[in-house]
Design a protein. Sequence first.
Length: 107
Amino acid sequence: MFRVVDGVLRPIPEFLPTIRNALDLSIAKWEFILNYLETTGILLYDGGNGTCGLCCAYDYCHYCPIEQAGHKGCINTPYVDYLYAETLEEHIAAAKAEIEFLKGLRK
């Protein structure tokens, strides 16, 4: 679903999201990132909203499950912790927290 190109996460085009699979794709993105961090020990830029299944499927927040949970623009979510993390350990902890957060959005 994803690959790393020049140190940046990129989606594989045939896996671009639909509303139906957007949350699953977002969870898969963070599982990929977590695995990458843990196996390589190299920090990884997550690719931002261009690699987020929810952002792509929900027109950048409009009716997104994260927005519906009260976090417009992913404010106060583990994603922001990932953005500001400085160490590998902080990145890993934030990626794990983001996975759990996203799984918690499933109804």
